[in-house]
Design a protein around this ligand. Structure first.
Ligand code: NAI
Ligand code: 15L
Length: 275
């Protein structure tokens, strides 16, 4: 049995990076029960603080000094900031690769002991949709973006082994209001289930570095979460309620990556920089 949010003792101050993004805006409201003060950060525009329970800090994750200041005084970090789609390597380098290093190094220096890292299904995107994998399956990143998330997971491993900083890396499938296509019938993660996953990631006592696939209780899934059972995450939603609507869309061709690979169209992005 897991506790309900009303029974959990709030943190004093949580940091959410990526607060101006799609998920950041959703989590701004949903993280409220878990913290007295929510520090919200992004490089982009954020709505002003709505009261003393919010702090707004503009910060570029590629700036080591700025991230160091950002992390001071927080009890745990929910790291959702960064480039969130496939892009040229040079764009991903600062935000995702340097960024995740800066977050962990600042956590070490400020004594922060827990990170929730928004990893992605694109660390395993080159598996085919008829393969079934778990958190120990070798990674098969489907691009520079997926590689940056794989690097983030390795960074989490290292900072646990070396410094005891614990992380839950959530390999998020597709977290949107509803699944946008047939592939997302398998990868969809509802906002309620994402919130529950973050709650479990913050409050489960010993997580070391745990990798969990972020998906709802969808009918046909590719990922097995038995290695993250200690989190006590039980998805409540399912993409099934959207099936009729999604299946009105034409079936992709047999050779369309969206139909073959777990990472869908990401596997075919690029190459970049052939100019
Ligand atoms: P998003 O692109 O809407 O939000 C990402 C935020 O990071 C943006 O507000 C952006 O301004 C900020 N950011 C980018 N570069 C930055 C930098 N150098 N410094 C500071 N902030 C920077 O993405 P979304 O959908 O909200 O995703 C949030 C996180 O979850 C991302 O890390 C993404 O990779 C991950 N994720 C999301 C999935 C989804 O289905 N929404 C699936 C898998 C992973
Ligand atoms: C991701 O990692 C992206 O951040 C998100 O925008 C979606 O594309 C998602 O994966 C997906 O695979 O559907």
């Amino acid at each position: 049995m897991t506790n309900t949010s009303s029974e959990l003792r709030p943190f004093n101050r949580l940091l959410l990076t990526g607060a101006a993004g799609g998920l950041g805006k959703v989590l701004r409201e949903r993280l409220r029960p878990y913290t007295n003060i929510l520090r919200l950060s992004d490089i982009g525009e954020m709505a002003p603080a709505t009261g003393p329970h919010e702090e707004i800090v503009h910060c570029d994750l590629s700036d080591k000094h700025a991230v160091h200041e950002l992390v001071e005084g927080v009890d745990a970090i929910i790291h959702f900031g960064g480039v969130s789609v496939e892009r040229p390597f040079e764009e991903i380098l600062g935000a995702n690769i340097c960024g995740v290093f800066h977050i962990y190094e600042a956590a070490r220096r400020h004594g922060v002991k827990r990170v929730v890292f928004a990893s992605s299904n694109h660390v395993i995107g080159f598996y085919k949709q008829d393969e079934r994998i778990d958190a120990h399956s070798p990674r098969r990143p489907d691009g520079y973006y997926g590689l940056s998330k794989a690097y983030g997971e390795d960074m989490a491993n290292f900072y646990f082994d070396r410094y005891g900083i614990e992380t839950v890396s959530i390999r998020i499938g597709s977290s949107f209001p509803e699944p946008a296509n047939r592939r997302m019938m398998s990868t969809w993660l509802s906002y309620d289930d994402l919130t529950q996953l973050i709650e479990r990631s913050l409050y489960t006592p010993s997580v070391g570095h745990t990798v969990v696939y972020g998906m709802s209780a969808n009918r046909e899934v590719w990922w097995d979460n038995h290695l993250a059972a200690h989190l006590g995450f039980t998805a409540k939603d399912s993409s099934e309620v959207f099936r009729d609507k999604v299946e009105e869309q034409p079936m992709p061709a047999d050779d369309d990556p969206a139909r073959i690979y777990q990472g869908g169209a990401f596997v075919a992005a690029g190459p970049f920089g052939d100019d």
